[in-house]
Design a protein around this ligand. Structure first.
Ligand code: E4P
Length: 218
């Protein structure tokens, strides 16, 4: 499973990339606004740190505008993935950009039929927002399972499932059990993956007992 970070904070990306586990980045207009930085500067800086896919979202709402913005964004770096909203205009732009071999990430996906039509449109990635579905009383993880079953039924659909709007470690583990290709993690959730109360407790006990032996490995 590929791990992407869901952030536009360049310093955070630099820091967490030191783990050697970050396969890509997703951004969206809200995350860019939160960073307080210029969009193009953010993307250029991220592309100096990350070799894998970097999602950059268009803000036009018509097909022609999305294609124009997408082509401009894709010139920033070879690993830019053009993020398009799941609207009819967005999917028309997806068909056009896919024909031009531009990688795409269709975002704001909230139903299995949307995921199907995005895959038919040639999306490189589909971004199902599971946390936001949980928020309205639906089950985001069941939704991931539905998309996985649909995509597995049709080998001609090559779209990767990029689990988005992730809030919990259960979202991460269950998405992996289902077999989602990729997950985009808020930095906080990524760091939580390293943690367990019993790991900390166990290590404290081992080190205390080791100190009593008065030995040293080096
Ligand atoms: C995905 O690409 C989005 O940026 C993101 O996962 C949205 O998450 P949120 O629902 O926490 O805003």
């Amino acid at each position: 499973m590929d791990f992407f970070l869901d952030t536009a904070e360049v310093e955070v990306i630099k820091d967490l990339n030191e783990t050697g586990l970050i396969d890509g980045i997703t951004t969206n207009p809200s995350l860019v606004a939160k960073s307080g930085q210029n969009f193009f500067t953010v993307l250029e800086n991220i592309s100096k740190i990350i070799d894998g896919p970097i999602s950059a979202e268009v803000t036009a709402t018509d097909t022609a505008g999305m294609i124009e913005e997408g082509l401009k964004l894709s010139k920033i770096s070879k690993n830019i993935v053009v993020k398009l909203p799941l609207t009819i205009d967005g999917l028309k732009a997806c068909v056009a950009l896919s024909k031009k071999k531009v990688a795409t990430n269709v975002t704001l996906c909230f139903s299995a039929s949307q995921a199907l039509i995005a895959a038919k449109s040639g999306a490189t990635y589909i971004s199902p927002f599971i946390g936001r579905l949980d928020d309205i009383g639906e089950n985001g993880l069941d939704f991931i399972q539905d998309i996985k079953s649909i995509y597995d039924n049709y080998k001609s659909l090559n779209t990767k499932i990029l689990v988005a709007s992730v809030r919990t470690l259960e979202h991460v583990a269950k998405s992996a059990i289902i077999g989602a290709d990729t997950i985009t993690l808020p930095p906080k959730v990524f760091m939580e993956m390293y943690e367990h109360e019993l790991t900390k407790k166990g290590l404290d006990a081992f080190l205390k007992d080791w100190a009593e032996t008065k030995q040293s490995i080096l």
